[in-house]
Design a protein around this ligand. Structure first.
Ligand code: UN1
Length: 465
């Protein structure tokens, strides 16, 4: 037997960068290839397992996840910095995702169609694709992996999952829960490593039939470059530059509170985060004042965690510097909360005097930074909010029903919110963006079935002669 020498990586707590919270063994390229081959071998058996039995394993995993919620939340919080409270909420969400997809095992997988011939039975049947590669980010280390893995499995695919290297220990823990729940060997496989190495093997592996990825546009593009020319199905959920519009007739308190929540929850590290807000000039001063009051209620280190890593910290601070040098006016925050050796904390940050062409109005920042812009009226707001390469989510705060409906129609995003913050997702509803935010294949809800299965159309001649 040859011994495999794996590279070890230490994980550090972003709230206390000197604290090593554990080590993770990175897979070699050959090992990863072998895992994919084993997943391919396991496919036949899993595909032929009753979908109800497949769902049952997801349901048991949901129970185990809940029983271990403290442990999982604690681990993830120390690994990627989200507060423990935020993580407990995410774990709860994870359990409900598992339960939703567990039930899918009991639902119809096809339909009987009329045929032009009386002597034929014509029907459809959804079948799994084969091996699915799931490549997931650190910012929702539990919910995003589960909303990819659970539907992939219940519809009969086997999965090779590469969690973000920055959430590797949490990924390992989740994998163990599936194992404890009775997942057969090689059906769900967790591989650890860097996207550029282990991830690349998954993109190139001939056995992999589908790739589902959430992360940055840069990585999304490189996935398309590598796997696009092959016949693999590809689902990409990428960045956002989500706008909120606050009209003069809005409930000012609610609009300000939810805009700040949208911008600062999870330290702004959500692809659905509110990152620019257009305020009708009649209420501009009042809204700005309320936004600042709401942002000041945030206690950094208590209700808001650090950003996830030194890389994130440096990138967000440099976006803030860029905004200042472009002429935006800093009205709140803008600096590290403490010395970086004491944690990657950044104060909630608000800019005004932002013009539409500044980077801060156009590029995703993925941090606790909000750009506030004054607009003449609703027409100007919708025009500017749509003028973006991204199209993930957008909010309007108004009590005018015509404008709310107009916004629902004209907003060029996948997730439209009226009097609610830009973020959030529920397992039963399709999730995804338009334009450069997504490849279009939606996640979650019944839409997940579209990506993780393919139709067989069956015709049976019923006459014996
Ligand atoms: C949410 O807003 O609760 O990576 C979900 C992200 C998104 C998920 C957001 N894909 O931030």
């Amino acid at each position: 037997m040859t011994t495999i020498i794996r590279e070890m990586r230490e994980q550090f707590n972003p709230a206390k960068p000197s604290e090593c919270i554990g080590q993770i063994e990175l897979f070699t390229l050959d090992e990863t290839k072998a895992v994919v081959a084993r997943a391919q071998k396991a496919f036949e058996g899993w595909k032929n397992t009753s979908s109800i039995a497949r769902g049952e394993i997801l349901r048991v995993t949901a129970d185990l996840l809940e029983q271990n919620s403290e442990k999982v939340a604690e681990m993830a919080s120390r690994e990627m910095g989200k507060t423990k409270g935020e993580m407990l909420g995410e774990v709860k969400r994870g359990a409900s995702i598992l339960r939703y997809f567990a039930q899918e095992g009991m639902r119809a997988t096809g339909e009987v169609l009329p045929s032009t011939s009386e002597a034929k039975v014509l029907y459809t049947k959804r079948v799994p694709l084969g091996v699915v590669a799931a490549i997931t980010p650190w910012n929702f280390p539990v919910a995003i992996p589960l909303w990819k893995i659970a539907p992939a499995l219940v519809y009969g695919n086997t999965v090779v999952w590469k969690p973000s290297i920055e959430a590797a220990l949490t990924g390992k823990l989740i994998g163990e829960l599936f194992e404890q729940a009775g997942m057969p060997k090689n059906v769900l496989n967790v591989v650890q490593g860097r996207g550029s190495k282990v991830g690349q093997v998954l993109l190139e592996a001939p056995e992999v039939r589908a790739i589902t990825f959430t992360g940055s546009n840069g990585v999304g593009q490189s996935i398309l470059n590598t796997a696009g020319p092959t016949n693999k199905k590809i689902q990409l959920e990428l960045g956002g530059k989500n706008a909120a519009i606050i009209l003069a007739d809005a409930n000012i308190n609610r609009a300000a509170r939810l805009t700040i929540e949208g911008a600062m929850k999870q330290t702004g590290q959500r692809c659905t985060a509110t990152s620019r807000v257009y305020v009708e000039e009649a209420v501009y001063e009042e809204i700005l004042e309320h936004l600042i009051i709401e942002a000041k209620k945030i206690e950094v280190g208590v209700t808001m965690g650090p950003v996830s890593s030194k890389g994130q910290y440096d990138a967000i601070l440099s976006a803030i510097e860029q905004a200042k040098s472009d002429g935006a006016e800093l009205v709140l925050g803008g600096c590290p909360t403490k010395d970086k050796s004491e944690g990657y904390y950044i104060d909630p940050t608000i800019f005004t005097n932002v013009t539409h062409n500044m980077a801060i109005a156009r590029e995703e920042i993925f941090g606790p930074v909000l750009a506030v812009m004054k607009v003449k009226d609703y027409e100007e707001a919708i025009r500017l909010s749509n003028d973006s390469e991204f199209g993930l989510s957008a909010s309007i705060y108004t009590n005018n029903i015509q404008k709310a409906f107009d916004f629902i129609e004209r907003s060029e995003v996948g997730l439209v919110q009226v009097n609610d913050e830009t973020g959030g997702a529920e397992p039963q509803a399709p999730f995804g963006g338009m334009k450069n935010s997504s490849t279009g294949a939606r996640e979650q809800g019944q839409a997940a079935k579209e990506f993780f299965t393919v139709f067989k159309t069956i015709t049976i001649g019923t006459q014996s002669i």
